[in-house]
Design a protein around this ligand. Sequence first.
Ligand code: FES
Ligand SMILES: [Fe+2]
Length: 412
Amino acid sequence: MEKPTQIRILKDLMRMLDAKENVDAGVMYRNPTSVYTCPDLAAREWRTFFKGHTQLIGLSSDLPKPGSYLTLDDFGVPVLATRGKDGTCRAFLNVCRHRGVQVAQGEKGTQSAFSCPFHQWTYSNQGDLIAIPDEQQFGEIDKSCHGLIALPMEERHGMLWLHPDTDGVMNLENMLGALQPELANWKFENLVAMGQTTIAMRLNWKLANDTFGETNHFDKLHKNTLGRITHASCLNYETFGRNHRFVFPRRMIDELRQTPEADWRLTDGATTLYFLFPNIQFIIGNGSINIVCLYPDPEDPNRSISKINHYFTKGAIAAAAEIEGHGDNVTSETVYEISQSDTGIPSLNAIKEVFNSTIEQEDYLMGETTQRAAETGMMEHIIFGRNEPALHHYHQTFRAALQMPPLEEMSG
Ligand code: FES
Ligand SMILES: [Fe+2]
């Protein structure tokens, strides 16, 4: 984000704190609870937003060097993503061309080739079929036509994107829209991946998303966690097409007031959350970024999976590593090595754990009870207040994308 925008947002947050104001959409809406339970709607969502939609699979450091690979299966398609020796990222169906067995095993690692466990047809990490055992007995196969089946993939601004359909068209211009330059400015390519957390719970994926939609619960539900380090009910909010930016102050903003404006950095006084429609939250703190991607359970609208990818800046890792005895000369290479070890830096692991447990043990527990309420069929609507514009925008966008009528305004 450009410096003038950072200063403008910080000043707006300070003004709102002084005036005890929050964002005000000027309108309330009713949201029908059936959107969280309807199997027909869930089937449409799955086709439109998951199987048929561009997906974020991580940041550049999730494929940190030539030979890196990762596997995933979050949108109904087994995927293998690799970084070739030419440095280019590619994605494939993780499916052997012989009899369709899953080729690459494990969640991630470094491998120059993948050998299918069934009969050991072997593929390079660029997808070429390079060996067929017993080839003379098997019969003649044109290897050049039987590489792994490629999926559309692009690495842009440090983000890894793919389309889970071989014929899918990735339109990142549309997906990122007007936020593209601002996202590029965060230099996600410089971050270091430090693990992934999966949370599977009994709530619709949109209810999980809704927990990221306002800050007026920070000093209630999160009073002993997030509420200790943030100012609740104070939000700078802006929409960018289907996406939005959502910035809330941390208590450190009070100290910024004593320092010259030219030295202000948004991350010193506030947390920035970008929502990329339909299912991605980037949460940008001071030295750390968490990306939460939400996926429905395709078999059950009442369940969802959240994949949280954790990243830290090299500066944050180096500072924590030095304090914790990894020496006073933490190089980029050391940062990479430390990042590969889950027990490497306890203070950074603690940051991850607090983030995860706040979501799992606080936010999503609320969402699970809302799910139960929706399933009764007797509570027809929930209400989004004037101070919850992110929820208005998300649900209106969701409904428009599926040609549903807009939310109904509520007069009181
Ligand atoms: S199924 Fe992969 S080698 Fe036979
Ligand atoms: Fe929350």
